[in-house]
Each structure stands twice: as C-alpha cells, then as structure tokens.
Write a protein that binds this ligand. Sequence first.
Ligand SMILES: *Cc1c(COP(=O)(O)O)cnc(C)c1O
Length: 368
Amino acid sequence: MNRPYNFSAGPAAMPVEVLQQAAAEMLDWQGTGMGVMEMSHRGKAFMSIIAAAEADLRELLAVPDHFRILFMQGGGLAENAIVPMNLSRGGAVDIVVTGGWSQKSYKEARKYCQPQVAASNEADQHTTLPPPAGWQLRDNAQYVHLCSNETIHGIEVHELPDLRALGSDAPLVIDFSSHVASRSVDWSRVGLAFGGAQKNLGPAGLTLVVVREDLLGHALAICPSAFDYKTVAANGSMYNTPPTYAIYMAGLTFQWLKRQHEGALSGVAAMEQRNIAKAELLYGFIDQSQLYLNKVAHNCRSRMNVPFFLRDESRNDAFLAGAQTRGLLQLKGHKSVGGMRASLYNALPLAGVQALVDYMRDFEQTQA
Ligand SMILES: *Cc1c(COP(=O)(O)O)cnc(C)c1O
C-alpha cells in the first residue's frame, strides 16, 4: 500500500503491516468475537497479548533477567516525576542537560529531590554533548539522569557512559523515548530506562519502563500506588487497568521488528543498520548542500531526529508546501528550534529518506 512518507517526531508513523493487522482484527481478535479494546485486561486473551508483548520486547532489546519490564501510563513527562519519586529518596540527583527534554526532567525533579546539573550544553545552544569525563557527579547522588536522544535538538548519545569508570556508583537513568528499539542498549551501564511509546513503539498512551530489580521498593511515601514501580512490577503491570490497546499495538510492532532482516542481522540489530544508512544519507546530503544546514556536532548527531535549517528562512513555507505535494509530511521543526525536522524512526524506510533528499535537491535547484 502506497502512503505518503511521514516524518513526524511523535506520535509518529507506524509500520503499515501493523496498522493493517490491527484493522483486520478490530472487530474480532482471533475468533474471540471481541476486539482488543473490548476485552477485560484480566481475561485469558489479553493476558496472552501482554505476556507475548513483554517476552518479545525482552528478546528484542536483550533485557537481562534482573531487569523488570513495566507497561505504564503518563508518558515521558510523567516519568520525570515518577523516577524521582521512586529512586531519589528525596536526596541528591545529578542531571545531564543536553536539550529541551532533559531540561524538563531537571525542573520536574526539583519538586521531589535535590537535583543538580552535572553538565550542560546550553552555552552551545544544545548542539554538543558534554564529554562524560567532565561531568560533575556527586558521591551521594541517588541516580544520574541522561536523555539518550534529545528529540527536539537532535542530539544522540552514541555510547552510554560507564558511570563506574567515572567514579560514581549511582545508577544511570536514561530517557530513551525517541530512540528505543532503533539500536541496542548496553544494560550493564543502565539502572533504569523509560520512554513513551509514540515515537518508535506504537500509539501514545503507553510508557515503557525497564528497571533493575534492586531499584524497586524505595518510593517516597507520597508516590501514588499506581506509579510505585514495586507495586506495578508485583502486579505484572496490572495494578490498575493498563493501556490495553496501546500494548496490543506495541506488541504487533514488536512482532514486526522480529521479522525484519538485513543480511545476517535481524530485529533491532537489523533496524540499527538501516537507521545508520538512513541517517548517513540525509546528513551527507545536508552537509554538501549550499542551502541546508544542521548545527549539531558530528559525534552526537541523532539518527532518529534530524533538525535542519534553510539558510534562507524566508523559503521555509515554500519548502513545507512543496514537500506536502510530494507526499512528505510533518517536516516542520519544533517551535523552540524552528526550521525543519525529519524524524527517521524505524517505520520510515530508506526509500522515504531518499524521497526527502530528492525533493530537497530539487528545491535547492529551483532556488539558484
Ligand atoms: C516525546 C518525549 C517525551 C515526552 O513524552 P510525553 O509522552 O509527551 O510525556 C519525553 N522525553 C523525550 C526524549 C521525548 O522524545
């Protein structure tokens, strides 16, 4: 099926096979006579859906046994409060500020604990990654927060820091909302990872939390029971009604991911190869062009979110209108940054990036 290419930063494009399967099963899931939205979350049918989703995700991301996978609600922004409520013990927390999302994490954490900015790239207008060796990490920090992909500023951490090597025993918390399942995760360096589903996993409404077991059970007394990781884990993400349809859709996406192959690679490893090729194609074109500009330092350019500018900003509207007629959707940049942004999540194929580059080249030529 031919659809336009959708570059939305989130909620974002989903694999067409996933949408088609969901459509086919909308009225009757596997002979039960019910759609997934209409099922009790405690019934046999949905229990099998959530169990498969969790097992498939564990396999795809190679999540070790001593981590729990939680399906929650509230999105990445709610986790900015839920993480400190569960992990901070009201004490010191170190936060690396690399862009708009980690900035928000810092501000929210101040309601629950004593966060400190361990490093910031604000002086570089959020275009660089502060080298971990220079982070100001406190001995008494309960955790270190890092946004491993800054969706708005287009900065990605390509190698997670080894906090032990930096002299810290604190667990690393990563916000991987916008690049989860686009690449592998080195769990030996992570204490907790969280992300909203609506960028790379499925529809909005589902939040994924992967947390090391020893970090459960330290929630502040004020923490709502439904947001206490220990309670959520003890109840198999069913303390309260989980976002059942979003979990089902994410589960279909996990099955789709498992079917993806690139040569000998499959699943997330195959996606990572594709995502590297997609990003190289777009950045390579931008860097040689006279019209387009990406300001992010090369060592931390995001494979998922590519903000770029037209050197002649008076052409922005014409660029977006032309893109729309070529079937290239949602390229307008975030309001805080301006310009354009192309999000290249898993569901966007290389052909979509090629179509974007072809359009950008044609547009540049008409400007000459
Ligand atoms: C989208 C996003 C969020 C916010 O997610 P919500 O679901 O809107 O709360 C947080 N962090 C990052 C890195 C994101 O990309």
